[in-house]
Design a protein around this ligand. Structure first.
Ligand code: DI6
Ligand code: FE
Length: 411
């Protein structure tokens, strides 16, 4: 039987790391070819077994370079104003993150700066940061709100995140994180804030279509389990999936709660225990590891990688890019850090920024691997093996990029 493919574009002489399965093989197919039709992958196979084409597609030889799926940064806070470099200096002199926050610094400072910034100023900053990621090969980014903590600024942040797709050839997923910290207006009334968030903010966010998911910072210095449950209940009523900042500094049981809501992901999870791992494995929730925050805060408690492997929990890796605990706008660096700091294999780390990151966003039927029917979000690397992507830091080996089959300008 001869297969006829209606391709617009055919990539020849390419090695493919499809990342299609969670095995240790990277999904390697050497001396391959790949066809693109309507922005999607329509055929993949050995170069010697090309199908028939209904018309001659534009062909391009990749000269034996490696094709991977576009990278996905599934946890960022990249819309914010100001920076906190002075707090970094204080921390180097021994002042703690908690003390800085108690003295009016920390998240609160970024909230003040973000409230004061105009939508245009925030958009300019966000475009510049997202573009930095794009040029590293990031074809999809998740962006959270959470530095407004009032009606107006939370909506402003989400509108900015939503607009990024208009300015850059990137996919953007937005997450409402109104429960990131307690705003000064509610400093002695956390219940009142959560109630306002559920009764007023969340329904507006949902009605305006500004968020693809809802997140909470469930932590001893954040929101309680009960607060988290209330926010999740409301999100569920509104038809929005949930994810959670969980078990970052203490074991609160947030991950098990998130699992009971079929959360897309639980993120950080340094203090996650076996009960929590079992819960997320049963709900199919992704464990998102954030080595940048671990490194930057000089944490010593590592996420339970062996348990996650044992229970076959998919692990994603992200930057957590934010001005306080991870001012690191660099996803390729996280591939390396996941290996050096958390002992992931290079294959697991690469899977963490592709297929499993797509799962953490509920997008694994569209992106995250090189498979027929998925979007042609592709990267071409001048490397000799995909393990090189975990080994090297700051080597610019990305030679080509496509978003929905369209070439992306990399300069
Ligand atoms: N966890 C974090 O590490 C960041 N937010 C969160 O929920 C910290 C954000 C900041 O310090 O600005
Ligand atoms: Fe975060």
């Amino acid at each position: 039987m001869t297969l006829t493919v209606n391709a617009e574009k055919l990539l020849l002489d390419v090695n493919i790391a499809s990342m299609a399965n969670n095995d240790q093989s990277y999904g390697i197919l050497e001396n391959a070819a790949l066809a693109i039709e309507n922005g999607k992958i329509s055929w993949i196979g050995a170069q010697g077994e090309l199908p028939q084409f209904s018309h001659a597609p534009a062909t391009e030889s990749m000269n034996g370079q490696w094709l991977t799926p576009g990278l996905i940064d599934c946890h960022t806070h990249l819309v914010f104003a100001g920076n906190r470099a002075d707090e970094f200096e204080q921390r180097l002199q021994g002042v703690s993150y908690a003390d800085i926050a108690a003295n009016g610094g920390g998240i609160q400072r970024t909230v003040t700066a973000t409230r004061a910034a105009s939508e245009t100023e925030l958009l300019d900053l966000a475009i510049q940061r997202a573009k930095t990621l794009l040029l590293q090969g990031v074809s999809c980014v998740e962006v959270k709100s959470g530095y407004g903590l009032d009606f107006e600024t939370e909506l402003k942040m989400l509108r900015v995140a939503r607009q990024l797709e208009k300015y850059l050839p990137m996919k953007v997923k937005t997450t409402f994180l109104g429960a990131h910290a307690l705003p000064p207006e509610y400093s002695s009334n956390p219940d009142g804030y959560v109630q306002m968030l559920c009764d007023d903010m969340l329904p507006q966010v949902a009605e305006q279509g500004l968020a693809d998911a809802v997140d909470v910072f469930c932590e001893s210095i954040g929101f309680t389990l009960e607060h988290t449950r209330r926010v999740f209940n409301k999100a569920q009523q509104l038809g929005l999936p949930v994810k959670l900042h969980a078990e970052q500094l203490t074991n609160m049981g947030g991950s098990a709660l998130a699992a009971s809501f079929n959360a897309l992901s639980v993120d950080h999870i340094e203090y996650l225990d076996e009960v929590g791992v079992q819960a997320i494995s049963e709900s199919g929730t992704v464990a998102t590891l954030l080595p940048g925050a671990f490194y930057y805060l000089k944490e010593t408690q590592k996420p339970p990688i062996d348990l996650l492997r044992q229970y076959k929990v998919p692990m994603a890796i992200a930057t957590d890019f934010n001005p306080g605990s991870s001012p690191i706008c660099n996803l390729p660096l996280m591939i390396n850090m996941a290996c050096t700091l958390f002992s992931l294999t290079p294959q697991e780390a690469l899977q963490g920024v592709t297929l499993n990151a797509a799962r953490a966003l509920g997008m694994d039927n569209q992106i995250g691997s090189i498979e027929v029917g998925k979007q042609a979000d592709l990267l071409c690397w001048d490397i000799s093996h995909p393990n090189q992507l975990a080994y090297q830091i700051g080597n610019h080996t990305l030679s080509k990029m496509w978003q929905n089959g369209v070439p992306v300008k990399l300069s």
